[in-house]
Design a protein around this ligand. Structure first.
Ligand code: TXA
Ligand code: MG
Length: 314
């Protein structure tokens, strides 16, 4: 049983775990991923088992470089333009290249594949050392908050999963997912790359998929990313039985309070979001009131995660 944190010097140790067909958590610039060899179906099944993920939903395949990515998927000129965001917090859903060695369980039998090159030196070193693409969903038990540091991964899985420790994640929310098929680009999930930035790279607008679009996957379900506490959104101040998650100047209150960004910076708020929800859960508060967050830039991803966290639980 691997109960330990793997220090950053030991990328090879983590790679050996992955090569042997076991799961290992690793840092990315967005959130920690629960990695497995994307070409090994048994290894990929261990991801679902470990997360308690109820259904086989498609996973993101993490590559070390464009050559590796291009061996797995067909890149249209549009996709190539978006791939200039790599390494970075953008996942592209593209037509699969036939004959690639990726397990069908990774792609849930679809003819598309989700790919990204993460912008984190340890993640890139790990993929190179493993010598193969890594499938990795966020490293949290299904339906819970995504982890933004190694400690949260350990707590989440009760110490049962080895974790390559890269410190806190820079972005703090998951990657933006864009599906590129033919001449169309659709945003399936708002994330750490703001939509207007991707639109600037493309030189055109990007359509947003409906919440209840055909793609059924945990990250697209109304209730996901849930803390233990219940959430009340767009609250200017907490009620007497609530903790408060502030953004910008905080109201005077004697209730427990954390501030996503005292100076109202969206990047800082995204980085702190899951960590502060984790912290409020750890403090045992049952109800959290959350300040309004502007729906611009990274605010789109932050509000998406907050709405899912606040949605009625299944
Ligand atoms: O930042 C991230 O994206 C993190 C880090 C670890 O890279 N990963 C992550 O993975 O958030 P996960 O499994 O929590 O979310 C993957 C999402 C799912 O909602 C799934 O529906 C979507 O990617 N997805 C994967 N393959 C797809 C496909 N072929 N078509 C449509 N959606 C797909
Ligand atoms: Mg997730």
């Amino acid at each position: 049983m691997n109960k330990h944190l793997i220090d950053p010097q030991s990328v090879q140790e983590a790679a050996d775990i992955l090569i042997s067909g076991r799961v290992c958590a690793f840092p990315t610039e967005t959130v920690y991923g629960l990695g497995a060899d994307a070409t090994n179906s048994d290894a990929v099944l261990s991801i679902y088992e470990t997360k308690g993920r109820p259904r086989f939903n498609p996973l993101i395949v993490h590559c070390a470089n464009l050559d590796m990515a291009e061996s797995l998927a067909e890149f249209s000129p549009l996709a190539k333009r978006l791939a200039k965001a790599w390494p970075g917090p953008l996942t592209l859903v593209l037509p699969q290249k036939s004959g690639n060695k990726i397990s069908d369980i990774v792609t849930a039998g679809l003819d598309t594949i989700a790919i990204r090159i993460p912008d984190h030196p340890l993640a890139l070193d790990l993929i190179r050392a493993a010598g193969r693409p890594l499938a990795a969903p966020s490293a949290n038990p299904s339906g819970r908050l995504s982890p933004t540091n190694a400690y949260q991964v350990r707590i989440g899985f009760g110490g049962r999963v080895p974790v390559l420790d890269g410190g806190p994640c820079e972005a703090g929310v998951e990657s933006t997912i864009l599906k590129v098929v033919g001449d169309s680009v659709v945003q399936l999930r708002a994330g750490a790359l703001a939509r207007d930035e991707a639109e600037r790279m493309l030189g055109r607008r990007i359509e947003v998929a409906e919440h209840d679009a055909a793609i059924a996957a945990p990250g697209m379900l109304p209730s996901h990313y849930a803390p233990q506490a219940t959430l009340r959104l767009n609250a200017e101040a907490p009620f007497a039985d609530e903790a408060y998650l502030a953004f910008g100047p905080a109201p005077a209150t004697d209730r427990p309070l954390l501030n996503l960004s005292p100076t109202a910076r969206l990047h800082e708020a995204a980085r702190n979001l899951f960590a502060m929800l984790h912290d409020l859960d750890a403090m045992g508060v049952g109800k959290i009131a959350v300040a309004p967050i502007p729906e611009e830039g990274l605010g789109e991803a932050i509000n998406d995660r907050l709405q899912r966290a606040a949605a009625p639980r299944a």
